[in-house]
Design a protein around this ligand. Structure first.
Ligand code: ATP
Length: 335
């Protein structure tokens, strides 16, 4: 059952169409990510669900009730922001209890719920710290606990991991996903980081220019992008089109082949073969990225695991001729 139904949602700021006709059904208990480049409208959609922004047109239903024009506090949703928005003068437990206090919930019940929420975000024992005595990751956990303690139907997360460094961010991605499974609350998560979206989401809505370009499971988005924009934005893709497609693939259209599907120096092993020159070599530790300029007139990126090669070996391949090959099944036609 859809917990949120969005129909024909639109919002402009002056001449900018921030959101331009969005339809979206979000299932109860789902982890749905709104993914897109900066300015594509995902935050504006989230803010309209939260009630911080009023749509110009369209509707939002939550649990079958039209909430389009309800004030934020009358909606059964909570938002977690990137900048945490904790009260600096209150300790951790008071920050978490705040929402319950506003709802006039008694002191002992408040405390019990806040302590449980702290446990859920793995911060048991931090009750009396001030936000200034916490690390960025810990502050983000407190912000999460503060939202979770209200047990909203839907939790809205606006780039909540954006301020964290890469390692902590990756750790929090795993924790956040586990937490969502534990509490069973619907999460709507905004990010512009495609890797984050691919690892965490049940489904991803890819945004561009105020519209949803594709709504699908992560693997589908990656393997079967519905158009050139999605193919280019999610992961790295090699585009083969026009004359080159006719020459290399023997068919018209625009096709993508992901860099990890192409083999280097393995001519005739696979169904497709093409010769060219290695123009760039980028050693990444576990793998190496090669840019190969094909005689057919297109440059393809190839990603290869460094199973036995050292950085010196791969560097020596620069400017040498090579053959690429891949299976026809790795070619995916996009609109
Ligand atoms: P980001 O990842 O940078 O946050 P986004 O995809 O979330 O981007 P939005 O914040 O929804 O994008 O913005 C969509 C468009 O609407 C942008 O062009 C933005 O400049 C514009 N916009 C958003 N909020 C306002 C506002 N309050 N006033 C004027 N323009 C706005």
């Amino acid at each position: 059952m859809a917990i949120i139904e969005i129909r024909n949602l639109a919002k402009s700021f002056g001449a900018v169409k921030a959101v331009d006709g969005v339809d979206l059904d979000i299932q109860a208990g789902e982890f749905l990510t709104l993914l897109g480049p900066s300015g594509s409208g995902k935050t504006t959609v989230l803010r309209m669900i939260a009630g911080f922004e009023t749509p110009d047109a369209g509707s939002i239903n939550l649990n079958g009730v039209d909430i389009t024009y309800l004030p934020p506090y009358e909606r059964d949703v909570n938002t977690v922001f990137q900048d945490y928005a904790l009260f600096p003068h209150m300790d951790v437990i008071s920050n978490i209890e705040y929402g319950l206090k506003v709802k006039k919930i008694g002191k002992s019940e408040r405390r019990e719920k806040a302590i449980e929420a702290l446990r859920q975000v793995q911060l048991a024992g931090y009750e009396n710290r001030k936000p200034s005595q916490l690390s960025g990751g810990q502050r983000q956990r407190v912000a999460l606990a503060r939202a979770l303690v209200n047990r909203p139907s839907v939790l809205l997360l606006d780039e909540p991991l954006g301020a964290l460094d890469l390692k902590l961010r990756q750790q929090m991605q795993i924790e956040l996903k586990e937490l969502q499974r534990e509490v069973g609350i619907t999460f709507i998560f905004v990010t512009h980081d495609q890797e984050e979206a691919l690892t965490m989401s049940d489904r991803i809505a890819v945004f561009d220019k105020g519209r949803i370009q594709q709504l699908d499971k992560p693997a589908k988005i990656y393997e079967m992008p519905s158009n050139e924009f999605v193919a280019g934005f999610v992961g790295i893709s090699n585009l083969i089109s026009g004359n080159v497609a006719e020459k290399l693939l023997g068919k018209p259209g625009t096709f993508i082949v992901r860099p990890e599907k192409i083999e280097l120096g393995a001519a005739k092993k696979n169904e497709r073969n093409a010769d060219g020159v290695i123009k760039e070599v980028e050693y990444l530790g576990p793998s190496t990225r090669f840019l190969v300029e094909l005689d057919a007139g297109v440059t393809l990126m190839v990603l290869r695991q460094n199973t036995s090669e050292s950085s010196i070996d791969v560097e020596a391949m620069r400017n040498s001729r090579t053959s690429l090959s891949w299976d026809i099944g790795s070619e995916y036609q996009v609109k």
